[in-house]
Each structure stands twice: as C-alpha cells, then as structure tokens.
Design a protein around this ligand. Structure first.
Ligand SMILES: Cc1ncc(COP(=O)(O)O)c(C=O)c1O
Length: 381
C-alpha cells in the first residue's frame, strides 16, 4: 500500500525532459538551471566552511547571523520583517512552498493557481491532500496576460479557498505583477479568510532593474517564499527562505524541525557571509543577460506564426506553436526528433497553454540565436 494521492501525482515534466543523462547531448531548452557561472566568492565561502568543519546542524530557522544577512540582502527597507521573528531559512523555495501550504491549509481545502502556473504547484497541492482550481487569464494580441478580479471572486464563492499562489515574476511567462495587484489580492483573500502565498524566486531577475520596491508586500495573510537558486546561479545549494507573520513562521518552524531539521550547514555559512554588493551586481548582470536573450527570441520569431508571450523577467519564454502543430507536445516531439532540441510542452503549466512550448533561455546567446534560426527554418507550415 502506498499513499493514495500518488495515484494522481505526476513526475516533473521539466526535470524528466531536462535532467536525464541522455539529454546532455541534445540542445537543452527544458530545465531552469541558470547557465551564468556563480560568483567566485560563493566557492570561496563553501571552501572556507568546509575547512572550518562546519558540518553540524544549524538552528532550525537558520543562524541569527544568516537571518540578519538575509534581511540585509533582500529586505533591507522592510521594517515589518524582523529577522528572528519573520524569516525562516529553508532548503529551497520548493520546500518553502510545500511547508507554507502545510502550515496554512487543512486537507480538503482549495488553492487557487493562476495559469500559466509553475508545474510543481499542482503536485505539491495534491501531495498535501488539497485541491486546486485555476484562475484563467486573457491573452491579448500583444502577448500580455490579464486577470479579472471578478473571476477570482467567483472562484472564492464556489470553493473553499484557503490560499492563492501568486508567482511573481511568473515562470513560465515572465510576467511581472504590480504591488497594487498583489495588495488588492491580499485584501480579497483576507475577507475570505485566505492566504496570499507569493513565490518570488525570480524577483531579482527583472530585466528593468530598480523594481525591488514593487515586491515589498507584507500583511497578516501574506507569506513570501524565495531563494537564491536562480538569481545567484546556485540551485544546488538549496538556499531558500519563507518571510511571513510571526505565528505563521513559528508554526512552519515546528513542521520544519520534524521534517527537515535545518538547512545545509555549508549553505547557512554562505548566507551568513555573502556580501550584498556581490549579490546585487551578479543578479544585475544576470537580469541584463536574460533580458537580452528574451529580446533575441522575441525579434527572431516576430512576424512568424510562432507567437511569444511578452516577458519582463526570468529566463523563460512561452511560445505558441498552435498554428503549426496539434499541440505543444507534438511541437516538442518534432523539436526532439528532427532538431535534437528538448523543451517542455505547455500543458503541465495549465490547460490554456497546451499549444505552447516553454523555452529556457539558459544557453549562451550565440547558441540561442542559431537554435532559433534552426527552429524557424524547419518548422513545417
Ligand atoms: C516558480 C518557481 N518557484 C520555485 C522554484 C524552486 O526553486 P528552488 O530551487 O529555490 O527550490 C522554481 C524552480 O524552478 C520555480 O520556477
């Protein structure tokens, strides 16, 4: 006998497509692993920690020094976030999302996911015995997504909604939501006794830098989850956080103490000692590079039938192949068989996006230019 929720769970489509050994020889546009090499300082800190034999458990929320430095790195101007009350270090944002839902929901509750949603949300939700419903956007002619609050209100009326996940900036579309949008959502959820969970893993990868303040949203029913995986090119260090109200953090920490104990001690040392300037300047270089790569794919496919959704952040782009193929899966099969390219079909990101393919912009820019040319040249009409 196994946990029966496993009957409904699926393996991660992006990990399956992008992380298996045989895929190494193909052009991998499938998995969200940043290609820009992490700053040298990270390796220096890991070596220092190892040489100092930093192999003990650390406190379950992370050391005081690490929490204070996290505040300094990401939440400097946010007085509402006090390091030893409102911050919890976790082994990556994925686990942070799991822990947050485990803390604020009861089995049978409903979570609202906004399409296109990150493909792990439905499976995390299912693993906790929760249900989800989709909030569908409208896609305009310029490839912008629009969400209607009236549709969200209707969902709240029909379902026992306990939480909504706002992925800002969004994987896979690259959409950035305004502070006003998040604040309004939080107010609507509060009236319904629900939580706003903001997944801000890509907040430092907005192309137009200087957007930091837009992410400063706090409140009694708001939890923010993030990590340094993407903005510092260190996904394997599993350095993530939860930022939320005192009681929420206290309860999440109780689960954490019995499930994960604490973050990796070497990663904790990195968080204690990482310099703000190193982080900020590396993240700025990354967002600049990914922004240029998005401009490249947008201009390469402009005027063709492959429509690219508008993006302001992240290293993904969502491309509609519906005019050429039965759906995104057929397009991915063609790309793999004919062009040795692997990418992820849109369906796991939500039914509205089944004709799309998610393309990761995590290869050197000249390589991407050749790949896009190749796709255009060979895509059958
Ligand atoms: C939207 C989103 N949230 C969370 C994560 C997980 O990040 P982490 O490596 O911090 O667990 C990812 C990773 O791809 C992601 O795309």
């Amino acid at each position: 006998m196994y946990n029966q929720v496993l009957n409904d769970m699926k393996p991660s489509a992006s990990m399956k497509a992008g992380l298996s050994e045989q895929q190494k020889v193909m052009t991998n546009l499938a998995v969200g692993i940043p290609d820009l090499v992490a700053p040298r300082e990270i390796s220096d800190l890991v070596i220092q920690a190892a040489e100092a034999q930093r192999y003990n458990y650390v406190p379950s929320r992370g050391t005081k020094k690490a929490l204070q430095n996290l505040k300094h790195l990401l939440f400097e101007t946010e007085d509402a976030l006090v390091p030893d009350r409102n911050l919890l270090l976790v082994s990556g944002a994925k686990y942070g999302i799991y822990l947050t839902l485990k803390t604020v929901c009861n089995a049978g509750d409903t979570v609202v996911l906004m399409q296109p949603y990150w493909l792990s949300y439905p499976e995390i939700v299912r693993s906790l015995g929760l249900n989800f419903v989709s909030w569908h956007p409208r896609v305009d002619a310029g490839g912008h997504l629009h969400f209607d609050f009236a549709d969200f209100e209707a969902l709240v009326k029909q379902h026992n909604v306990r939480a909504l996940i706002l992925n800002n900036p969004n994987n896979p579309s690259g959409k950035v939501f305004s502070k006003e949008f998040a604040t309004q959502l939080a107010a609507m959820l509060e009236r319904a006794g629900g939580w706003l969970l903001i997944d801000e893993v890509y907040r430092d990868l907005v192309f137009d830098s200087g957007s930091e303040k837009e992410f400063e949203v706090t409140g009694n029913n708001i939890v923010r989850v993030g990590s340094l995986s993407k903005s510092l090119s260190i996904p394997g260090l599993r350095l993530g956080y939860i930022a939320g109200p005192d009681k929420m953090i206290e309860y999440a920490d109780i689960f954490n103490q019995h499930i994960q104990t604490c973050i990796n001690s070497l990663s904790c040392y990195v968080m204690e000692n990482l310099e703000r300037d190193v982080f900020r300047s590396f993240a700025a270089t990354c967002s600049h590079t990914y922004g240029a790569r998005f401009a490249l794919i947008a201009s390469a496919f402009k005027g063709s039938d492959l429509t690219v959704l508008h993006s302001d952040a992240t290293f993904y782009s969502l491309v509609n192949f519906g005019k050429h193929f039965a759906d995104g899966q057929a397009a991915c099969d063609f790309l793999a068989e004919k062009l040795d390219i692997i990418a992820v079909p849109g369906l796991p990101y939500g039914s509205d996006f089944k004709d799309y393919v998610r393309i990761c912009l995590t290869l050197p820019t000249p390589t991407l230019a050749k790949v896009f040319d190749n796709i255009l040249k060979h895509t059958p009409l």
